[in-house]
Design a protein around this ligand. Structure first.
Ligand code: NAD
Length: 375
């Protein structure tokens, strides 16, 4: 019998993305699966039920109850998990480190769950990489938020009333989000600098027309990620950065170290040394913050008039394109296992094995297993 692939309304407040778009529903159906959608699931991303011509649109909780495979943006709630079929498959951005009770519930209902953010970052996985696609949205939006909050223009203007100097924008962290932020700030005409502890980012930053800010510290790690800095390296970085920030108008921070709290890069003292009216937008606010003052979802104004904006779920603020990319990422992952309309998991494929959190009543992801055992 054909596998039923389902998408439902996201229930986390503020979440406007949807895990399945009409375009992807068509592709899933073309692979022989049955596709069901909870009515209104795409509405907050402007995908009307009528646009899902390849889906059966079902009322209420029927789509969830019928799912053999549930595609999600946010992790399913405990209540949703309890209503899934035993042995169903869940694919999404599951963040198993946040709520171990959820993983326990998935295990106990013998759900096979895949956390897309655990995908190994290999070339083959790029088309499935939800972290990259959503980080690109976050980087773009963060710069727009900064431009809106700044009391200055970004570009240089030559007007009858004289010449306006361009804003100086510093992007901290030049991963996927940071590079998109650099590109966006450049398009707005700012004078942009990028900074990262991985030396290979210099070329990437410069290729976008920005200047690489060299603070004399290198922290190349394995797998293309940064490693944690030593205390001495951190001190060197901090002093040079404090001096440099005094001349900067806008900072967008995007620095992360996978699986750890975001590195603290901008201290309160550094903020106190910045010009009044400067703006800091901290994308890392949700994972602890790159700036000491930032709080996710809040704007803090320092005593010297610097606005520190801690963002919260930026991808949800561009739900059309964020959903389109996210749904394609999920499809590319699902496609590995969907043969003639039936889901067949190949556990010898590292993309399947390493992304799995729970399967057949067991927790397969070791760090999550430890968290659940500690409950
Ligand atoms: P990330 O979100 O983990 O981190 C963002 C950036 O912050 C990184 O560039 C990191 O070096 C930087 N950073 C960490 N600590 C810092 C500090 N103290 N000061 C300044 N910067 C700091 O990274 P990401 O955007 O997810 O990707 C990181 C790398 O992985 C990139 O090179 C990207 O191209 C690569 N990547 C590869 C694949 C793939 O091959 N499948 C997919 C996505 C990303």
């Amino acid at each position: 019998m054909a596998t039923t692939v389902a998408a439902v309304r996201e229930t986390v407040p503020g979440e406007r993305r949807v895990s399945l778009t009409p375009e992807v529903a068509k592709k899933v159906k073309a692979r022989g699966a049955r596709v069901v959608l909870q009515d209104g699931a795409g509405a907050s991303a402007y995908f009307a039920d009528a646009a899902y011509i390849d889906c059966e649109v079902l009322d209420g909780s029927a789509a969830l109850a019928q799912a053999d495979v549930l595609l999600t943006v946010q992790p399913p709630s405990l209540e949703e998990i309890s209503r899934l079929k035993e042995g169903a498959v869940v694919i999404g951005h599951l963040q198993p480190h946040l709520v171990p009770e959820r993983t326990k519930a998935l295990r106990d209902r013998r759900i096979t769950s895949f956390a897309m953010e655990l995908l190994p970052r290999t070339t083959r996985a790029q088309a499935m990489d939800v972290l990259s696609s959503q980080a690109a949205v976050a980087g773009y939006k963060a710069v727009l938020i900064a431009a809106e909050a700044a009391p200055k223009f970004f570009p240089m203007l030559t007007t009858a009333a004289g010449t306006i100097r361009p804003s100086k924008v510093l992007i901290v962290g030049a991963g996927v989000a940071g590079l998109q932020a650099i590109a966006t700030a450049r398009r707005l005409g700012a004078q942009v600098e990028g900074f990262d502890v991985r030396p290979e980012t210099r070329e990437q930053i410069e290729s976008l027309g920005a200047k690489f800010l060299d603070l004399g510290v290198s922290a190349a790690g394995s797998g293309g990620y940064a490693r944690e800095l030593t205390q001495e390296e951190r001190d060197t970085q901090q002093q040079a950065l404090a001096d440099h920030l005094k001349g900067i108008d806008v900072v967008v921070t995007t620095a992360a170290v996978p699986g750890r709290k975001a590195p603290r890069i901008i201290s309160s003292a550094m903020v106190a040394g910045m010009k009044p009216g400067s703006v800091i937008v901290d994308i890392a606010a949700e994972s602890g913050g790159n700036c000491e003052l930032s709080e996710a979802g809040k704007t803090i104004v320092s005593a010297n008039g610097v606005s520190v904006i801690g963002t919260f779920n930026l991808p949800a603020s561009a739900p059309v394109h964020a959903s389109e990319m996210y749904a394609r990422n999920l499809y590319n992952f699902l496609e590995l296992s969907l043969k003639d309309g039936v889901l067949t998991l190949d556990w010898s494929d590292e993309l399947i094995a390493k992304t799995c959190v729970t399967h057949a009543g067991e927790i397969k992801h070791e760090p999550t297993k430890l968290l659940v055992e500690a409950l």
